[in-house]
Unconditional design. Structure first.
Length: 295
């Protein structure tokens, strides 16, 4: 519950503090009705055509409390592969550039950093030959032959120049916190070996994507990396042993639905390995209850 002073003008921050996330029409005045107790988290229908402690210029429409895509940027999620054979450029040498370079190196990308200054870690990578360093600011003509470019530090005029060159050279471009000059965005990523989970809030709240990534990192631990290593190792032998698609599919679902992941999480590796061998060899696995896929 929350009490508000009389005649207090309520901006969006005040309204958010009372209602949580709420889409409200612009150009309206919202004024408190006095020292009156209002619901801090009202249900959707409590806001529909009621003032709930506020004098407003018109009732809050029911849709104000419902999720809506509206003008939200709609992106198509993809995973880029083969970056070891493609030139990738990062413009900038600060902490954000270091984070982007780290992500690219995790994909075995060939990375060039364009910046007059580097963080200590980027400098170590440059000295070791892990990345290529061009010790200056971006110049027009830096992008021919580049497959992907990420800009982390630049002036508005430089961003416009980079965007123009990227369009001319057909370069995949991400300008951090500037979707108007980008043709792709990068989500928050969770990695555990071969497992990759990318999260996007479609530009609405990158901070929420970070928190979701942190939650998923606690859920998907290193046991997933080990399990995927095992599954990759048995893929070809399983196909040879069970040429019949239905039989092979049944074994795959039996493996992923089994206790193996739980046992790996508990450190009971021998028990998990034994269970995996049993499922692969088990002639009684039900071949009917599985979902079509490519195996």
């Amino acid at each position: 519950m929350q009490s508000l002073p009389s005649e207090q003008r309520l901006d969006y921050v005040s309204l958010l503090s009372v209602y949580g996330v709420l889409s409200l029409p612009s150009g309206r005045e919202w004024i408190s009705a006095g020292h009156r107790t209002v619901l801090k988290h009202p249900r959707a229908h409590d806001l529909s055509y009621r003032y709930v402690g506020f004098f407003v210029s018109f009732p809050v429409p029911p849709v104000a409390c419902e999720p809506s895509c509206g003008d939200v940027m709609k992106g198509y999620p993809i995973f880029l592969i083969g970056l070891a054979e493609k030139r990738c450029v990062v413009v900038g040498g600060g902490s954000e550039a270091e984070r982007k370079v780290t992500g690219l190196l995790e994909c075995d990308a060939a990375v060039t950093v364009i910046s007059a200054e580097l963080t200590p870690q980027l400098r170590l990578w440059a000295e070791a030959g892990t990345i290529t360093w061009i010790s200056r600011s971006y110049q027009c003509g830096d992008l021919p032959g580049v497959h992907l470019a990420i800009v982390t530090d630049s002036s508005p005029s430089m961003r416009a120049a980079i965007c123009h060159e990227a369009e001319t050279e057909r370069v995949l471009l991400n300008v951090v916190d500037d979707t108007s000059h980008s043709n792709f965005t990068a989500g928050a990523v969770v990695r555990q070996g071969a497992l990759t989970i990318a999260i996007s809030t479609s530009g609405c709240a990158p901070a929420l994507a970070v928190r979701l990534r942190q939650q998923l990192e606690r859920t998907f631990g290193p046991e997933y990396a080990l399990f995927l290593d095992w599954l990759r190792a048995v893929r070809a032998p399983l196909a040879a042993r069970y040429p019949n698609f239905s039989e092979r599919r049944a074994r795959w679902y039996a493996l992923v639905d089994s206790e193996i992941l739980s046992w790996l999480q508990q450190g009971r590796v021998d028990l998990a390995r034994q269970r995996m061998a049993e499922i692969i060899a088990d002639a009684t696995v039900d071949t009917a209850e599985s979902t079509p896929d490519t195996w």
